[in-house]
Design a protein around this ligand. Sequence first.
Ligand code: N01
Length: 548
Amino acid sequence: MPNLGSKSGANGGGSAASYDVVIVGAGFAGLYMLHKMRQLGFSARVFEAGDGVGGTWFWNRYPGARVDIQSLEYSYQFDEDLQQQWEWSERYAPQGELLDYANHVADRFKLWPDIQLNTRVTSAHFDEAADLWRVRTDQGDAVSATNVIMATGCLSSTNTPNFEGLSSFKGRTFHTGRWPKEPVDFTGRRVGIIGTGSSAIQSIPVIAAEAAHLTVFQRTPNYSVPAHNGPIPEEVVRKVKANYADFRAANNNTALGADWDYRADTALEHTPEERTAEYERRWAMGVLSFYGSYADLLTDPEANYTAAEFIRGKIRQIVKDPVVAEKLCPTTALGCKRICVDTGYYDTYNRPNVTLVDVNAAPIVAVTPTGLRTADAAYDFDDLIFATGFDAMTGTLMRMDIRGARGVSLKDEWAEGPKTYLGLCVAGFPNLFIIAGPGSPSVLSNMLPSIEQHVNWISQTVDHLRKQGLKRIEAKAQAQEEWVTHVNETAAPTILPTCNSWYLGANIPGKPRVFMPYLGFAPYVAKCDEVAAKGYEGFVLSAPAHAS
Ligand code: N01
């Protein structure tokens, strides 16, 4: 008996059913994928490890968490009534509101009966004789499916560095990507936080305002620009909603799939005064529009330097202690790591209860029962926060036992780095699809339109197979090789691969150094459409193995 409308999801554990589609993950990708599959009349089951839907916004509940792309853009566009009726309270929605939105979508489209919560997929093996995937979960399910769709997210496997003495700490520990549901009170406490990426930069000002003392352990400083968040002016909402389709279409036609106010002229053709005026304008706008300042910002180190130097100047203006300011000034190219977005980050270092420790100069040696030790000092805390990021893009897939045709393991196939065709499929793994996989625009784009484009493409493909009486689709090895080369060649002339970022897997010891996302949303969409229009160029489509 389905539990229609229940937020607890479907009953699970021990199921041996057969489905057209198994979807792994109930974040924004999994929810929309399920909706599309049901619209097309396919049977589908979603397995979700968490005890709720929402993915990224379910797990990342740390103080200050919010989106860095305008909510009017970082939202579904597949349903006109949904986009007209949903009201965002702020320009950049906070985590709780995004989670409400995910739950609303699950309610509105009655998705719950097909979502099994608290269930982690442990393995997916392709059974060649039966032409089916056999999927197992940690709850004892052993189901089969014609198609498996990985909606597992790009930033879903957390990274906690394996410091000596890690488990010895006697106080409370947290990871920003696995934050508890209950509010955490830091009042009167001595808190240490490791990391200065986006998660740390959003949470540090909020925690510092509460804690007795906050010590920030920084290995690499990051560039951050102000969010200038606040309520969305009513006239802006009215204007967008009056013609939402055109607004979406204009954004979808950009390299990021978002309105980033891109300028086609170059930084170096302008005088220093003109450039400063432009960067001031961007600083006042805030958020990711900084990427769009000039066409050569991501391709010419000299142009990039001008924007980087502008932000360093802002840090030196804001932070009163010149030694601390200098420590906070990044020396990497602007944008080689995702530019962070903050509310009062640099100013937080003017507080008397905040200390910045440079662990590039004196690395963390060990976690101790009372805090941690660096190469030159010891620190004591009540609470220790790991804002140390994720095993991005491949981590979650590699932690599952995925085996394709002839029993080949994905871990082995990707031992030297992930290889996909269009970020969507892997040669040797028939009817396995990845949403926002390595080799797709994903994290270099507005994730919501990227997700919707993938879901639409996969749905259209699975429907095409059914209409043609076909069953199997598999990427050709040569098409995959060419795509991997193209992804690398697109990134190579830019500043993107020039620093130790998670785009390259450089944050995880031993992970192959490969640039994973694809730069260019609009050309990517055109390529996917062209592939489908040409009869799924680069794929082999075939009939059921046992068709008479
Ligand atoms: O993770 P990160 P994040 N010793 O990997 C440090 C998205 N996001 O969770 O740079 C000492 O960026 C590490 O140092 P280093 C967004 O796409 C979006 O903050 O490797 N330090 C770094 O400072 C973002 O890019 C929003 O030298 C260690 C930090 O930990 C992505 O998620 C908000 C260390 C990790 O930073 C990840 O962001 C939040 C060690 N052994 C996140 N190991 C929005 O605004 C790691 N570090 C929408």
